[in-house]
Design a binder for this molecule. Sequence first.
Ligand code: F6P
Length: 373
Amino acid sequence: MTKYIGILTAGGDSPGLNAALRSVGKGAIGRFGTQIIGFRDGFRGLMENRTLRLDESALSGILTIGGTILGTSRDKPQRMPIGGDMLDMTDLIVDNYRKHHLDVLVCLGGGGTQKNAYHLSQHGLNVITLPKTIDNDVAMTDITFGFDTALGIATEAIDRLHSTAHSHHRIILVEIMGHRTGWLALGAGLAGGADVILIPEIPYHVEKIAEAILQRSRSGKQFSIIAVAEGAMPLAETNGLHAALEKKKQAKTKKEKQAAKAELAEQEDYSSRSTLRLAHQLEELTGLESRITMLGHLQRGGTPSAADRLLATRLGTACVKLIEAGTYGVMVAARGDGTEPVSLECVVGKRKVVPPDHPWIESARCVGTSLGD
Ligand code: F6P
């Protein structure tokens, strides 16, 4: 019997999304009779019923292309900006799912997408998710697709910054994405041989960083490269952010929620300039000139690495098998060389952070890299 599959990509784009679309689409077409309906721009397109039929020809030639042919957005079914208001559009989404007689909706995304997909599964939709994000912070999966490509880009940037930092005897701080986790900065910092690596999981002390740089100067190295995760901050700021996050979680009344949200926004705004403040402080403490390179969205752009193509294809293949078996309400996790369906309930509301005893942390310390603590 023909299966009707809906598919969408949501959250920040990431290399490997098209490889995953291709894998699910071609795999399903090859294994059983199917029609695949792509929804444009994430949950927004599902709500507005904007579709793209993913037949053989639409799925052809997309393996190596970055971004997503479906487009994406960060819109949530239950809080969508509509004409200046935030509205719960879940019912309309459920209606559209039914209108297309879908057997399953496949959602490709990061932590937020897992949450949104779980929300829809609680409203009766058959849902399967695939974990993608350059941040590698989705819980219950070994790795997410997009991470390896971004890791390569950030590592190459650090490689290139070495020669200019060395020539000018400067400190160069390279700010690396990762949201509230340090996987990208730690991985790229270690692979690129950064002298200091700062991640959100290890709050830093400016004086300790300055001391590590001065120590390098004393041994004749008049430059330093610092890989800074965008979420890295000094201890006081980390405590402030955690307090604001907790307040938001605990807020009960509308007034409390608004106040907590405003406090968190203020805290986040202040923290968005941490790298700039750090650069100034290090200039003062070390007497060395400093410069900042923000890699930004460069890390999300372009052709996916071979590892990301392989991972996205592997997860897509497993997804097809789960559709065939009628196993829903799960995320297809990467587990070793294989995959494992994990109940969405176990994934949502969690974030995979860098554990303090991770081998990359141990190696960084072992080769003498300062982690600012
Ligand atoms: O989640 C991926 C990511 O690139 C994060 O690393 C970063 O914090 C965020 O998205 C940036 O979001 P946007 O593309 O919406 O500016």
